[in-house]
Design a protein around this ligand. Structure first.
Ligand code: FAD
Length: 364
């Protein structure tokens, strides 16, 4: 086991893993992506809303042609108009109109299957993805030349070797646990049930006007319902093993930022991998090179992604206020008045020519 090349293994073909795979392929880096699911899978057919952070990942990893054919697959964003929900009580009386919140970022919907197919097609074509490979663990070893290598093992007994392992396995990341980070807390205090159905245009037109204004959120007795209709998814840590997306910063879905941040990670991680690959062409990479590269990636990713973990409720999901309690109603009343003030301020700014900046002009 001795060579001079530089090989990357990505575990997990979700949003972040597939997007990073496109970036690696574009830069001609030797890599294999292992995905636990079979190639044909209807899993995760829900819609997801993505905005500027995901676009930063697309810009880093996809070529012009791929991006040009991706954006028409998104639904309408409604412009810089917010896609935040309006919170109602159980009799559909408005409690809090979050669409007035000027800081809500622009986003547009896309089905997960459409996004996955778009990102996986070029990788499958080039033979970079191995489906039905469930990762179990890794082991760092030295090759004959004293170079650190990462051996990666799968449930079917197969294994592969690389110089850099990127774990993009999502919120149940085994790598996260094996390196001893173990920073993902699975909430048992809340259950999140998601269901979707297709509705034809006639039925869509007959929905109450509230649906046209934006997503509807109803909070009552500790239950939080969210409806939306749209056109239309332990080994010590090692510098050779990096974490990407939900594998390091899983968050509750309330703020719609998990996928955005996972994809934005690719924009921070890719240049560091490209630098290592370039350097490996002329000299032997030392462990120190990997340490410097991962530290640079984490310096960008930590404050950005963990800020959204916090804003999404952290491990103490108090992001929804119970509108059926007196405390909840008073809190919502005060929040509504603060939002009115923020809305008035935003409108005044617009009149004076300081409208909100469109941070995702690619989305219609
Ligand atoms: C209901 C809901 C709505 C959401 N809405 C939004 C939204 O509107 N906007 C937004 O930005 N985010 C949203 N999110 C969050 C978003 O889905 C996640 O943050 C995003 O999918 C994380 O991407 P990822 O690539 O890190 O992980 P994932 O997408 O979870 O991908 C992980 C991949 O790794 C594979 N895998 C797992 N274990 C192994 C293993 N042992 N071996 C091999 N492969 C493995 C899995 O099969 C999967 O393909 C939502 C989440 C939920 C639950």
């Amino acid at each position: 086991m001795s060579d001079t090349g530089f090989k990357v293994i990505v575990v997990g073909g979700g949003m972040a893993g597939l997007l990073l795979g496109n970036g690696l392929q574009r830069h001609g880096i030797d890599f294999t992506l292992f995905e636990a699911d079979p190639e044909v899978s209807e899993r995760d057919g829900f819609q997801i809303r993505l905005g500027a952070p995901a676009i930063a990942g697309f810009n880093a990893c996809l070529d012009d042609e791929s991006r040009k054919s991706l954006y028409p697959k998104f639904g309408h964003s409604g412009g810089v108009v917010s896609s935040a929900p309006i919170l109602y009580d159980s009799r559909l009386r408005v409690l809090l109109d979050l669409t007035k919140f000027p800081a809500y970022t622009k986003s547009a919907p896309i089905t997960r299957v459409a996004l996955r197919d778009h990102l996986s097609a070029p990788l499958s074509q080039a033979g970079h993805i191995k489906y039905s490979h469930k990762f179990t663990n890794y082991k760092c070893v030295k090759d004959d030349a004293g170079k650190t290598k990462v051996k990666v093992f799968f449930t079917d007994g197969s294994e592969d070797v690389c110089d850099l392992l990127v774990s993009a396995e999502g919120a149940w990341s085994k790598t996260n646990r094996q390196i001893g980070l173990n920073n993902i807390t699975h909430l048992t205090s809340h259950w999140n049930l998601a269901a979707k159905c297709s509705i034809d245009t006639d039925r869509l037109a007959r929905l109450t006007p509230e649906f046209e204004r934006g997503p509807i959120a109803v909070s009552h007795d500790g239950l939080f319902f969210f409806f939306s209709a749209s056109e239309g998814t332990l080994e010590a840590g090692n510098e050779h093993v990096w974490l990407l997306g939900d594998a390091i910063h899983a968050m509750t879905p309330g703020r719609g930022m998990g996928g955005n941040q996972a994809m934005c990670d690719t924009a921070d991680i890719l240049p560091r991998i490209v630098q290592l690959a370039e350097k490996s062409k002329t000299q032997k990479l030392e462990d120190r090179d990997y340490q410097v590269a991962v530290a640079a990636y984490e310096k960008e990713m930590f404050p950005r992604a963990f800020d959204w973990v916090r804003k999404s409720g952290g491990t103490d999901d108090k992001s929804s206020v119970d509108a059926s309690s007196l405390f909840g109603r008073v809190t919502l009343f005060i929040m509504a008045r603060l939002l009115d003030a923020a809305y008035a301020y935003g409108t005044a700014c617009k009149v004076l020519g300081y409208g909100p900046r469109d941070d995702a002009p690619e989305l219609m």
